[in-house]
Design a protein around this ligand. Structure first.
Ligand code: NAD
Length: 324
């Protein structure tokens, strides 16, 4: 049988698709190659996936009517991993319409097509640590309220969870939402801190450090995220009294000061950073920290990679990919 992965030209989608192919699954990727960041990176990821015989890519837009339904009409597809989205937090402040279109309308098209087609054993989809918004209780636990989003991006992800719950309840569609915490690693995103910092540190230009450096993040290495996504995919929620919908945190369970993150990049690049201290940005939260008790209990999720091990792996990949 086949897994359909949306966002397969993206950072996490590519990494998940590659791991599924490596364990012998057939994978259909679905991605619009959205120009939000350098499309050449998306093409390079897609070219890696195309080396596998069990892979094909559908280039289309989840928000376009009928596009996803057409892709999922292939009867071999029995599971869906929905990772396509407009992903950056800050971009949602200036471009709110794209977030409603891709994240809300797009997810609706995905889940409605799954329901109509039938026979989908499990829909796993990306949520985000951003849903915890202005919460001050740490670490963030899945039972905590998520009714105080501080960016439209976060609001769309919270909406995705509600819609998924509703579809599971009404139509018995097994679905699992995964709240990812700041994912980093090889093949990562050029709009995220690690890429921006590494690029500037190597070039000797200042790096913007928000909230004057008083930020903490639960940085999670891509291989740990991939292991969590696949563990979730393999464990559809069982039938019972509750709707077959679950939500889990996938984080490293370690809240790191941003300044330590920068020190590790300095060590990995062997260059000193020039810090440009700036105020907290609209939409940003000062800290994230994942409670992973439920993910460990139900999915066997155990993150294994510290930033001391993960950042050098990114820097090595970054240098090779960019030829620097
Ligand atoms: N990377 C993180 O730290 C992080 C944290 C929390 C949640 N997430 C979520 O995980 C998922 C994957 O994120 P990522 O970091 O790989 O981002 P990404 O931007 O690298 O990947 C998203 C992919 O979706 C595609 N896409 C965008 N709009 C589309 C559309 N309308 N139709 C079809 N494809 C479209 C893009 O072309 C891109 O390849 C997203 O849902 C994101 O919100 C990521």
């Amino acid at each position: 049988m086949t897994v359909l992965v949306t966002g397969a030209a993206g950072f996490i989608g590519f990494s998940v698709a590659r791991a599924l192919l490596a364990r012998g699954e057939s994978v259909v990727g679905f991605d619009s190659f959205d120009p939000y960041y350098d499309v050449r990176l998306k093409e390079a990821r897609a070219a890696e996936l195309a080396k596998h015989r069990g892979f094909r890519m559908v280039r289309d837009d989840i928000a376009a009517e009928g596009a996803f339904a057409a892709a999922i009409s292939d009867p071999a597809i029995d599971r869906v991993v929905h990772l396509a989205a407009q992903a950056g937090v800050r971009y949602s402040i200036t471009n709110p319409d794209v977030y409603i279109r891709t994240n809300v309308v797009g997810q609706f098209n995905v889940i409605e097509a799954c329901r109509r087609r039938g026979g989908i054993r499990h829909l796993v989809y990306a949520s985000s640590s951003s849903v915890y918004g202005g919460n001050e209780k740490l670490p963030f636990a899945v039972e905590d309220k998520i009714d105080r989003p501080v960016s439209l991006y976060a609001a769309t992800k919270a909406a995705n969870e509600l819609v998924a719950h509703c579809y599971s309840h009404l139509y018995d569609l097994p679905a699992t939402g995964l709240r990812f915490f700041t994912v980093y690693g090889p093949w990562g995103r050029p709009d995220m801190a690690l890429w921006i910092f590494t690029k500037s540190i190597l070039a000797g230009t200042p790096i913007p450090v928000f909230n004057e450096g008083r930020m903490r993040r639960d940085f999670t290495y891509i291989d740990d995220i991939v292991a969590g996504v696949i563990a979730a995919l393999d464990r559809p929620p069982a039938a019972g009294k509750q709707a077959r919908h679950r939500v889990y945190n996938l984080g490293n369970h370690k809240s790191e000061p941003l300044l330590r993150y920068i020190e590790v990049i300095e060590r990995a690049t062997n260059h000193k950073a020039i810090l440009d201290l700036q105020p907290l940005q609209a939409g940003d939260v000062p800290e994230s920290f994942a409670d992973i008790e439920a993910s460990t209990r139900d999915l066997g999720f155990v993150p294994r990679t510290s930033i001391d091990d993960g950042i050098p792996k990114f820097v090595e990949w970054y240098r090779a990919y960019n030829g620097v």
